[in-house]
Design a protein around this ligand. Structure first.
Ligand SMILES: [Cu+2]
Length: 293
């Protein structure tokens, strides 16, 4: 039989200011946790600083992680306080508190704070995204570039089931299964695919660009010091998708030249076969500056 709500026992008036307690605990926890997160978690946040773009992404991730720490603290304090203060002990009757109706202060504060946070993050994210070209594939006509993009070193990234091939137009169209890049250079990746949709994800470089058949998807990065990075396909592309990975290298310019000379010699015997393939050249010859002029 359902209980009559009117007859339900009411809790006696509680003089404790629970809201104030939660706010004070939240402020104290946030003041401790936020700098700790910034100092100790911040440096561990990917993708690292192998390129100017990945450094920018790391900074954005650090800012957002630091900003959400007080939000997380509020949730933790709110739940912890509620569980500790308002739980019903064994053999205790469950009594309901007084009903909560509208509180304009809470409503206005909630709208103002959440709106400010969302708008700030949208503005910050958009600015950071456009600042250095961001390393994401921007299609055939990118709208944002890193400085010196016109002299960018071009590399075509050709996805196929289930490997990436790297084509170097400035080295006579030489192709390699190794991705080697000169240090301290602006690089333009022209990402495409021979068959299904893949995704070129050069993790530590801060690049993730879709590889679509017939599309020249351009992504810029500016390399820094020599390093090793990982490349993975980030789009489920068939049975051996998980096998589709490489290690790439950023090397000093003399080491790059030495590698290029050696790779070109290896490539010489098949060069004729590769260049003979007309549809390949029509689809995959980069035309990166159509829009920029
Ligand atoms: Cu793939």
């Amino acid at each position: 039989m359902a209980a009559d709500p009117a007859a339900a026992p009411q809790q006696p008036e509680d003089p404790t200011n629970h809201g104030l307690r939660v706010v004070v605990a939240w402020l104290i926890l946030s003041a401790i946790a936020t700098p700790l997160v910034a100092i100790y978690v911040g440096p561990l946040i990917p993708p690292g600083n192998a390129t100017v773009q990945s450094q920018g992404q790391t900074f954005s991730n650090q800012v957002m992680t630091t900003l959400i720490t007080p939000v997380l603290c509020l949730m933790v304090v709110f739940f912890a306080y509620g569980l500790a203060r308002f739980h019903v002990r064994r053999n205790e009757a469950i009594v309901d508190g007084p009903p909560l109706r509208d509180d304009p202060r809470v409503r206005i504060l909630w709208i103002v704070i959440t709106t400010a946070m969302v708008l700030f993050l949208a503005g910050f994210g958009t600015y950071e995204l456009l600042k250095d070209g961001a390393g994401g594939g921007q299609g055939p006509n990118p709208i944002s570039f890193p400085a010196n993009h016109k002299s960018a070193f071009q590399v075509q990234v050709i996805g196929q089931q289930w490997q990436f091939t790297y084509r170097y137009p400035s080295l006579g169209g030489m192709e390699s299964n190794q991705l080697v890049l000169p240090a301290h250079s602006v690089v333009a990746f022209h990402v495409t695919s021979l068959d299904v949709v893949h995704s070129f994800w050069a993790i530590e470089l801060g690049v993730k660009a879709d590889a679509n058949p017939g599309v020249d998807n351009v992504a810029y990065v500016e390399t820094k010091n020599p390093t090793v990075f990982h490349v993975r396909c980030a789009e489920l592309c068939g049975l051996w998708h998980g096998y589709m990975f490489n290690n790439g290298r950023v090397v000093d310019p003399p080491a790059f030249q030495a590698w290029a000379t050696k790779a070109q010699a290896l490539f010489a015997s098949i060069k004729g076969f590769v260049n003979r393939d007309q549809p390949f050249r029509l689809h995959y010859l980069p035309q990166p500056y159509r829009r920029a002029g």
